[in-house]
Design a binder for this molecule. Structure first.
Ligand code: XMP
Length: 510
């Protein structure tokens, strides 16, 4: 089925993926594309609306991202946000100035009559992050919102269906920002709301069935959300012709490997094989303390184990990858500095004898993947699982990885997660886990002196793992966690709480 599409033209702003996600949340399919997209391509896609995002530049800067003027002649509704609005102004004959002061944060705004602000309270709060503003309107435009310092916080040319807002509707701090975006999609672009995960799952299963029936398909399951949902979609389409391999490197959270087998093999009846390679991984990690070395060893070993299994299976037609839309968007951009070498299943194509890669989730954002998982009947414990790094607990064990440290960490981490859930914080906190440090300290238990490991707790709020702030867990919850861990878990006598954000720290400790 062909969905209605909105194109989001990327001018480099920090909230760009968020804009795309917000549009999708309104049941409208959208794609985030570079602002350099050819006009011919836009015509071919025939979007019902176009959004220009914000961006860090000033429109008069040399090499500032630009747009072909003919885009305004296509007759497709346009919404410019922040830089996007200023660009519309400049291109259509208005003027933009750079005052000395910046408008940043939650700002009082006054909306006037506009289709965009239908059912939005007139005197309201919006989120601003800009220096430049529009000082002269292009011909045919009128101002539809103002703030104390920004005379043109929104403008429009209703006849041409071109709208601009200086503030960020996509950020939660803009009160009723969701209503404004919805007005653009439904009142201006006449969206039908045909993008739902129920439809997606149904259509995908149908399409996968057509494409894959009678073929041999191989999937590496990690227990993570993406591979779980990708595998389940394909399993619904072709049943036993999908072969799944789950490599247990012995560095998973407590109970995780058993849960994966129970859900996917026992309940769903998947053709799933667990390879217990924990001894092999532990042997390779013996005596290794350097975080990068640990990551590399695990990545390499994973491929090796998989290769042996794949050889047993022989040639397959398709290899499944759990690639999701942000991976596609990000791979189109420049490569940033390697802070940590991430291990995912990226190396598998080199060791599997296959004809084609299949990526059933390549159009979906993470929250959409979760919704598809729910549609397919996967349990919340799998669908709402927090991110877990490929190298597993190895990068939460400082220094050498030993069986004793793995056990201590698994038990402590389990208590931490259990108490966070009991306190009702599990949906709110993006990622939370325990870390075992390489430091031992003196403690006293009963009348005895103890000398055991210091454990750290890490809990953060984040949107996309690029930045993070540490979670303000109530003291009484922290106290309960600390008491339980020290009392119930062997080899630890001291608990500390990590109060660093990212940057400057990373989320994981190694
Ligand atoms: P950092 O520590 O870089 O982590 O701030 C950012 C996010 O990525 C996860 N992470 C990984 N995920 N393979 C993965 O699939 C990895 O090697 C890896 N290392 C870190 C981390 O848990 C956090 O969510």
């Amino acid at each position: 089925m062909q969905h209605q599409t909105v194109l989001v033209l990327d001018f480099g702003g920090q909230y760009n993926q968020l804009i795309a996600r917000r549009i999708r949340e309104n049941n409208v399919y959208c794609e985030l594309v570079p602002h350099t997209i050819a006009l011919e391509k836009i015509k071919e896609i025939a979007p019902i609306g176009i959004v220009f995002t914000g961006g860090p530049n000033s429109v008069y800067e040399k090499d500032a991202p630009d747009i072909d003027n003919d885009i305004f002649k296509l007759g497709i509704p346009i919404l410019g946000i922040c830089y996007g609005q200023q660009l519309i102004a400049k291109k259509l004959g208005g003027e933009v100035i750079s005052p000395k002061t910046r408008e940043y944060g939650k700002i009082e705004i006054c909306y006037q009559k506009s289709v965009l602000f239908e059912n939005v309270t007139k005197n309201n709060i919006c989120w601003m992050s800009h220096t430049d503003y529009i000082s002269k309107l292009p011909a045919g435009f009128m101002v539809t919102a103002t703030t104390a310092t920004c005379p043109c916080a929104a403008f429009e040319n209703r006849e041409k269906s071109i709208y601009g807002i200086q503030f960020h509707t996509e950020v939660n701090h803009t009160v009723q920002g969701d209503v404004i975006l919805r007005n653009f999609l439904y009142a201006v672009c006449k969206a039908k709301g045909d993008w739902t995960m129920h439809n997606f799952a149904r259509e995908q299963i149908g399409q996968l069935q057509e494409k894959l029936l009678g073929k041999k398909v191989l999937c590496a399951m990690s227990g993570g959300v993406d591979s779980a949902v990708a595998a389940t979609l394909i399993h619904k389409a072709i049943g036993k012709d999908l072969i799944c391999i789950f490599v247990d490197h012995g560095l998973l959270r407590k109970g995780e490997a058993d849960e994966v087998m129970e859900v996917f093999k026992d309940k769903l009846g998947m053709n799933l094989f667990k390879i217990d390679a924990s001894k092999q991984f532990l042997d390779k990690l013996k005596g290794v303390e350097d975080p990068e070395k640990k990551r590399k060893i695990i990545g390499k070993e994973f491929i090796k184990v998989f290769e042996v299994e794949a050889k047993k299976i022989g040639a397959v037609d398709y290899l499944v990858q759990g690639t999701i839309y942000p991976d596609i968007i990000e791979s189109g951009k420049g490569v940033s500095a390697v802070i940590k070498s991430h291990h995912n299943v990226g190396g598998l194509p080199t060791v599997v004898d296959f004809k084609e890669i299949i990526e059933p989730l390549r159009d979906l954002f993470k929250d959409e993947v979760r919704k598809v998982g729910e549609e397919l009947g996967l349990p919340a414990s799998i669908v709402h699982r927090q991110p877990f790094p490929g190298p597993g607990l190895a990068i939460r064990i400082m220094g050498e990885v030993t069986l004793e440290k793995i056990k201590t960490l698994q038990d402590a981490d389990f208590i931490f997660r259990e108490e966070i859930t009991k306190a009702g914080l599990d949906k709110e906190i993006w990622q939370y886990f325990a870390v075992i440090t390489s430091t031992k300290t003196v403690g006293v238990m009963g009348d005895y002196r103890t000398y055991e490991y210091v454990l750290a707790l890490r809990a953060i709020h984040s949107l996309d793992a690029m930045t993070a702030t540490w979670a303000r867990i109530p003291y009484d919850v922290l106290e309960k966690i600390s008491n339980r861990i020290v009392n119930e878990v062997e080899h630890t006598n001291r608990i500390v709480y990590d109060i660093t954000s990212k940057p400057p720290a990373t989320i994981e400790w190694e």
